[in-house]
Write a protein that binds this ligand. Structure first.
Ligand SMILES: NC(=O)C1=CN([C@@H]2O[C@H](COP(=O)(O)OP(=O)(O)OC[C@H]3O[C@@H](n4cnc5c(N)ncnc54)[C@H](OP(=O)(O)O)[C@@H]3O)[C@@H](O)[C@H]2O)[C@H](O)CC1
Ligand SMILES: [K+]
Length: 493
């Protein structure tokens, strides 16, 4: 799925109106119907609905939603916030229609804002994608009232006050909804970690905007959802054998961190690799043989560290980093790895920290290598950024400059290709913010590379499947109790 900017969505809107053709008022009706359909599937008509409308098309949607819900027997009250004289034509047309159904409450002063008790369901249709400046005055007060209320809030299209595709100031007044129901496509703002409170759980509903035009519209931003991920999965041929699925090498596990090697190795196996060898510090030999009977173990000459490489010829992909440590002898082994590796690689964890301390290594990383930094590791590699949008742009430049596939980990992990395109991931949950979760991802990615998935596909699919397994684990164990080995256990294709 593509993610478009506010101006591209406006253009898409206009194109659909002109070419389908459909009147803008009918398009608004479609949007309202899609929203109502979403709402009715979740809340029955005993729920009291309180709708707050601005005077643009987002407000127009709110009015149409009020009319449709009222028609379905929901107790609805509609409040129009008069922050401006100006109203859009479609807002006005809906206001005229709604007047026949319901009394409309005007909010002209702070005192007109109603009480919002816990049992109500508040619909935020104040401002949508047309936001052009921070909400102030009366709008700011209404937004404050919505945020102060214990009632559940659902935002129409986007939380009022939140920019679709650029950073908000921390002092901006923005609605904090429980849910956002977005029309047609997700928005870039939904992907940004700091926007979490201003998005809530988000959902996309289809309003029939032109697919032809969406296909034609160029964007660097994409969303890897279930259909996109399914498209990447390769079927297993009947006459395949373990050689078909490659031989992965993981360089992972030093003294006290052998669990990282175990998690990464387990995930690598469960992601379908034919054969796996884990190269560990000598002290890990027995641990690994017992913990992962399906893997072969190669031991370093050093008792506690990884300081050398095994013969690399047999391997079809290499993953390095989990539980590695940052000792100078290990750095030397990584230097040799860059010299000798002729197959795709994943660099993670301490391998990334060593890269950031040794920029010369970074310059020599082979094109197409996958790196999997969390925001702090990325900052060490590429420098500080002031906000999420800046970090994303920095990561795009970084991926392009170094010809790397960057998996910038987060709630919606951003997989960034060497051409600068960004693929946000749909799956995963906060339960995955637990030690070892990253080691699991490295194992999955190494496995897919070993099976000859191109690095870009391996990254998108691996990150997606990691999240799916995390979601299964959280259903089985809860977000609080799940641990990284539950993610390995729940991997499935
Ligand atoms: N394609 C779709 O997805 C469809 C979306 N629909 C809905 O339409 C809105 C967008 O509607 P629009 O009228 O463009 O914009 P808003 O409703 O968000 O804003 C209305 C006007 O308010 C002004 N504005 C902007 N920011 C502020 C502010 N901080 N304070 C006061 N006023 C503000 C602005 O006008 P200016 O000229 O003053 O800048 C806006 O134009 C979309 O989100 C959907 O909900 C359609 O219903 C169906 C198709
Ligand atoms: K809104």
């Amino acid at each position: 799925m593509k993610i478009l900017s506010a101006s591209q969505v406006r253009e898409l809107d206009a194109y659909t109106i002109q070419n389908e053709p459909v009147s803008s008022l009918d398009l608004m009706e479609r949007a309202a119907r899609a929203f109502v359909c979403w709402l009715c599937a979740r809340y029955d008509n005993r729920k009291r609905i309180v709708i707050f409308c601005g005077k643009g098309n987002n407000g127009g949607d709110g009015l149409a939603i009020g009319r449709l819900l009222s028609g379905k027997g929901y107790p609805v009250s509609v409040h129009v916030v008069h922050y401006t004289q100006k109203a859009t034509d479609d807002f006005q047309a809906n206001l005229d229609q709604l007047g026949d159904f319901l009394a409309i409450h005007d909010i002209r002063h702070v005192e007109d804002i109603p009480n919002l008790p816990a049992g109500d369901l508040l619909i935020d249709a104040l401002l949508g994608s047309g936001l052009s400046r921070p909400a102030s005055g009366l709008l700011e007060k209404v937004i404050g009232a919505l945020n102060d209320s214990p009632a559940e809030v659902i935002s129409v299209d986007i939380a009022s006050g939140l920019y679709m595709d650029k950073v908000n100031d921390t002092t901006d007044a923005v609605v904090k909804p429980n849910h956002t129901v977005s029309f047609q496509l997700p928005k870039l703002a939904f992907m940004m970690p700091h926007n979490g409170p201003f998005v809530g759980n988000w959902h996309v509903v289809d309003i029939g905007l032109s697919q032809t035009r969406i296909d034609q519209t160029e964007t660097p931003y994409y969303f890897t959802d279930a259909p996109a991920a399914r498209h990447l999965i390769r079927a297993r041929e009947k006459f395949s054998h373990k050689g078909t699925f490659g031989h992965a090498l993981l360089l992972a596990g030093s003294y006290g961190k052998m669990g990282a090697a175990q998690l990464s190795g387990g995930a690598c196996l469960r992601a379908g690799v034919g054969l796996l060898t884990v190269h560990v510090a000598r002290c890990g030999y027995t641990i690994m043989q017992i913990a992962l009977p399906e893997a072969m173990v190669s031991v370093d000459i050093h008792e506690q560290l990884i300081t050398t490489l095994p013969e690399l010829a047999p391997y079809t992909a290499i993953g390095v980093g989990p539980g590695l440590g940052k000792e100078p002898q290990t750095l030397k082994a990584l230097d040799e790895l860059i010299e000798q590796a002729k197959v795709p690689m994943v660099w993670d964890a301490d391998a990334l920290n060593l890269l950031s301390e040794n920029p010369d290594l970074l310059k020599r990383l082979p094109a197409g290598t996958l790196i999997t930094p969390h925001p702090k590791e990325f900052e060490r590699l590429a420098g500080k950024s002031n906000d999420d949008y800046e970090r994303l742009e920095l990561a795009r430049r970084f991926a392009q400059e170094h010809s790397l596939v960057v998996c910038l980990k987060g709630a919606h992990t951003a997989v960034i290709f060497p051409n600068g395109s960004v693929h946000f991931n749909a799956t995963g949950n906060a339960g995955m913010a637990t030690g070892g979760s990253g080691d699991v991802l490295t194992g999955i990615l190494t496995s897919l590379l070993a099976q000859k998935y191109p690095p870009e596909d391996a990254a998108r699919l691996g990150v997606y499947q990691h999240g799916v397994a995390g979601d299964r684990a959280s259903r089985a164990r809860s977000k609080v109790s799940m641990i990284a080995s539950d993610i390995v256990e729940n991997l499935g294709w």
